[in-house]
Design a protein around this ligand. Structure first.
Ligand code: ADE
Length: 250
């Protein structure tokens, strides 16, 4: 998968060199290019923003640098054999970013992120590229960040770990909170590892029983308990049939 990020803060994306995403890059599973938007400004001050039409506070990011930057990124990607780009526009007005959307994005060969600062990008830029490729306007939560760069890090990490071969154990995202499947919409319960006794605290006996059916049922119950306590809205979205089937299996 190819990822391009166009930003006025390239250094903000340095975490993309670290950990899971960094390793995926080193292995060639992820081909990441971070670009400085100001490379496509031609005035002495490298201006990327201007006052909004209609008045109001803040500044709006200008069409020309974004248009030139995106044209250049697209040309480079096509020249290097990438195809089917999609634009990912982080914005608090976007579609909520979910595990399902992460899965959808992970199936695409080429994502171009346009994190904005200030009050956002002149709408014509998004409208222009929407005629050529899918555009995903994505919000990572109901709060306003100073810019979209942190959202790019969030989306990239969630997407990268779904790419084939990126996680060590292909099974390890099967039971994730929010993964599709029997435990869909349940949050994962607590987990434990050695030592068996720490500061007087033991671990639930059932986990030592070796009884896979009982362990699975305990995990399901804990997941239900945690979800009911913290995210009752997720319980309401659960398919009751899923629970019945799971109950019968155990
Ligand atoms: N930019 C500013 N706030 C954001 C949010 N909540 N999600 C995505 N991009 C943003």
């Amino acid at each position: 998968m190819r990822l391009d990020v166009v930003t006025i803060f390239p250094e903000y994306l340095e975490p993309l060199n670290v950990s899971l995403v960094g390793k995926a890059r080193a292995r060639g599973q992820l081909n990441v290019h971070v670009h400085d938007l100001r490379a496509w400004t031609y005035d002495r001050h490298h201006t990327v923003d201007d006052t909004p039409y209609g008045g109001g506070p803040g500044m709006v990011m200008k069409t020309e640098p974004w248009g030139d930057a995106l044209d250049s990124v697209l040309a480079d990607g096509y020249e290097n054999g990438s195809h089917a780009p999609a634009l990912v526009v982080p914005t608090p007005s976007g579609r909520p970013f979910t595990q399902e959307l992460a899965g959808e994005l992970s199936a695409r060969p080429w994502l171009i992120f346009t994190p904005a600062r200030y009050e956002g990008i002149d709408r014509r830029v998004i409208d222009e590229y929407a005629t050529r490729m899918p555009v995903y306007e994505v919000s990572i939560g109901d709060y306003v960040l100073a810019g979209g760069e942190a959202a790019v890090l969030v989306v990239t990490e969630a997407v990268a770990r779904l790419l084939p071969g990126v996680l060590g154990n292909a099974e390890s995202h099967r039971d994730d909170s929010f993964a599709p499947g029997a435990m869909a919409n349940l949050l994962e319960g607590p987990v434990y590892t050695k030592p068996p006794l720490w500061r007087g605290r033991g671990i639930p006996e059932v986990l030592l029983s070796g009884h896979h059916g009982k362990i699975a049922r305990w995990r399901r119950d804990e997941a239900l308990r945690r979800t009911t306590a913290g995210r009752p809205d997720l319980i309401e979205r659960c398919d009751p049939k899923v629970f019945d089937k799971k109950d019968r299996e155990m």
